[in-house]
Structures are given as C-alpha cells and as structure tokens.
Design a protein around this ligand. Structure first.
Ligand code: G3P
Ligand code: CA
Length: 406
C-alpha cells in the first residue's frame, strides 16, 4: 500500500489523528490515545511564496474559477464529496459539495463481488460503515494483504451490491469530526452510476457542469481478484456519454499502468497521475520495477507521465514542504517542472481542522478546531497550482475568490 505522509510530519503529535483520515480503520496502527490538544503550536507569520499577479488573467476551462494565463481554470475539487461536513463517499456528501460550489466531486472506486463499481476509499469497509453491527456478516471478517500490508476487516469484493446496500455509512474520524457523526447510519454506499445520475441532475438544477473525478483504488489488487476496475469504469463513462476529452471528467490513480491500460481500452477523458511524498506505485513494486514516486517527479519522469496523463495530483507537501517545526517552508520546483511538461497540478488534501494544517496556520490548541485554512489554500494557489482537492468545498471557493481578487 502506498505510504503517504500527506499531511502530518512524523514528529507531529497529532499524526495519528491525521493519518486516520487516509487509512482503513482496521489497518495496523501504533497504540496512541486521542490527543485533543496540540502541544507547542507555533504562530509564525505566513510567508507567501509567489506573487498573485499571475492570477489576474482569465482562464477558459469549462468549470471553475479563473486560472493563470494559458492555463485551465483553477478547480475546486470536492474531496470524497464534502467530507468535512458529511460522512465521506455518500450521495449526501457529493451533493453538498456541488451545492457549496465544487467544480468536481471525487468518488474513489472499488468493486463488489458481483462487479459493481462503488464509492469507498478502500476495499475494507469496517472504518466507514456499520458492517460490524451486522451479525449476518460477522463471518466475513478476514485478514487480507492489501498492497503488501496485512489488513483485517470486511472487503467490498466479498459482498454483492445488494448486500452492501443494507449497510450505512459512518464518519471515518469521529474524534476530529464529531459533527459528522450526526449522520452516522443515514446514508448508503453509492454506486458510480448513482453519482453520475446525481451529477446530471445537479448540473441541470444548478446551471453548470458538475464534474466527476473518479479514482481507481488499488487496481492491481482488484485485477488479481478477477475484478478489474478499468473496463468497468470505461464502460460506465461511455454509457453516460462522458468518454470525451472535453467531458467534465478526470480519471486518477496512484498506480501507473492502469492509466495506460485505460488509454489502450479507449479512455478519452483527461487523466491524472497521483503522486505520493514517499514510497512507490504498487503496480511498479509488484512488477519489480525500482522506480518510486520521487523518480516520477523528475523532469524525465514528468515527461513520461505526459504521454498518458494530462496532470498530476501530488501530495501538497511536495509543492510546499514543511520544516522541522511543521511550518510551511520554501516551495519546490514541482509546479514549474510539471507545467513545463504540459501537466496541470491538482494537489491533495486541504482540510480546515488544526490537525491537518501546517503549524503556522493553526489557531488555538484544539486539534479538531478550525485554523486559517483559507489562508493556507491561498498560499498554495499562489504557487501556480491549477486546482486543489479539499474536504471543505466552501473554504476552497473562498480561497479561490481571495486569490483571484489579489
Ligand atoms: O485522489 C486525490 C486524493 O484523494 C488522494 O488521496 O487517499 O484521499 O484518495 P486519497
Ligand atoms: Ca481519492
């Protein structure tokens, strides 16, 4: 499984809270109590990386705000929907993201036993559903190896869609997002088709195209299980009339080969290669290919990505790293390097809670309180990125407006 540092430096005392947002609940983790208070928070002044003047020109994308000259519109992507406000990957989460102004909503995709694409961050569903409360499924709790990591829980590929539809979603990180527990037990696991139906309905109602940004989760794992994601995704996009280079669609993956496979199968939409601040794509690991994510972001690596993708989705720390104190440091050259290769950049994941923010953007000492999330996003927008994934769509909309307003 790709090991991503995404948001928290290892020495950050809230690293466990943070990592929980991106790890199956049943995955191995160090035993550590919940920390409601962040110790020793710094309040250093924000250093802005670049001039906002590049934002003054008008972009031409089909959705979203205005971008830098010659570049597509600056996109606000509803990460797992509006997962800062609703349990992730539910129709309620996607709908709220769209209504808050998201240009795209982001379904992560896994496969059921009978071959349906459903929206979950990982095949294991113990962390985000009430499956543990269903005695009829108790015997399906198993330990599997997911991308090289042993994981105990319940897995989508062991359930039919009809069975999954008897479950209800719950908040992944209730300690940080207590408000979202209000909705525990209320919403089903959606299928990709239901998301595309929702997209169509909301696009008509809101008078603008709501895009979809599907991610193929663990493609090698599902290929080996005889439940390959790729053709299922392509067939669904074709069925909905969305397999077009101008469609409001980006297909994304942390693995590399499946994007190429999708191209060979006939995928015409835009595609994005996801990147991690550490580790290597699992398909390369599995094939004995020594290349890592660090190799993928060299100029030569970016040139290779540009042969099959239109953009990259880096960890935001690959754009502005954090220093030893957890504060934002000097931006890397990744934005310039990617643009030189003809690739757009949509980094992940921007979240409003102190737990997830750089030390110099936190407010107060409570991990679940909000910090200066709008300012953080503006700082990143000033590096020249072309959009961002955020759990808090409204924060993204405000940040984009602040950035464009100079
Ligand atoms: O796909 C962009 C972002 O969602 C990647 O992180 O782990 O939330 O899928 P993850
Ligand atoms: Ca994702």
């Amino acid at each position: 499984m790709e090991r991503r540092t995404e948001d928290f430096p290892a020495e950050d005392p809230t690293a466990e809270d943070l990592a929980a947002a991106d790890r199956p609940a049943a995955a191995p983790r160090r035993a550590i109590g919940r920390r409601g208070v962040i110790a020793g928070l710094a309040a250093a002044p924000v250093l802005v990386a670049a001039s906002a003047s590049a934002a003054a020109a008008t972009g031409s994308g089909p959705a979203g705000g205005q971008g830098a000259p010659g570049r597509p519109a600056t996109l606000v992507i509803g990460h797992r929907g509006a997962s800062g406000y609703r349990p992730e990957h539910t129709l309620a989460s996607y709908e709220l993201a769209a209504r808050l102004g998201a240009d795209f909503v982001e379904p992560d995709l896994v496969v059921t036993k009978d071959g349906h694409l459903v929206c979950r961050h990982e095949p294991e569903i113990g962390g985000t559903t009430n499956v543990a409360d269903h005695p009829e499924f108790a015997a399906r709790k198993v330990t599997k190896t997911l991308d090289g990591v042993a994981l105990t829980g319940w897995f989508t590929e062991d359930f039919t869609l009809a069975e999954l539809k008897t479950l209800r979603a719950k908040e992944r990180i209730p300690d940080v997002r207590q408000h979202n527990t209000l909705y525990n037990g209320r919403f089903e696991i959606p299928t990709l088709m239901e998301v595309l139906d929702l997209r169509k309905r909301l696009s008509a109602e809101l008078g603008r195209q709501i895009g979809v940004y599907p991610e193929t989760k663990h493609p090698t794992y599902f290929q080996k299980a005889g439940l390959a994601l790729e053709k299922r995704l392509l067939d669904t996009l074709v069925r909905y009339g969305l397999n077009d280079k101008n469609a409001p669609v980006f297909v994304q993956s942390f693995e590399t080969k499946n994007l190429g496979q999708l191209r060979k199968l006939g995928l015409k939409t835009r595609a994005v290669q996801l990147l991690s601040a550490a580790g290597a794509p699992f398909d390369l690991v599995d094939a004995g290919d020594p290349r890592t994510y660090a190799d993928l972001i060299t100029p030569a690596g970016l040139k290779t990505i540009a042969t099959y993708a239109n953009g990259i989705g880096p960890d935001k720390n690959q754009i502005i790293p954090r220093d030893a104190g957890g504060n934002l440091a000097t931006p890397t050259t990744l934005v310039a390097d990617a643009h030189k290769a003809g690739l757009v950049l949509h980094p992940y994941t921007f979240r409003a809670e102190n737990s997830f923010l750089p030390a110099d953007y936190r407010v107060g000492t409570v991990a679940s309180d909000y910090g200066r999330a709008i300012d953080e996003q503006v700082t990143f927008l000033k590096t020249g990125i072309d959009g961002l994934f955020t759990d808090n769509t409204d924060v993204g909309i405000l940040a984009r407006a602040a950035f464009l307003g100079g």
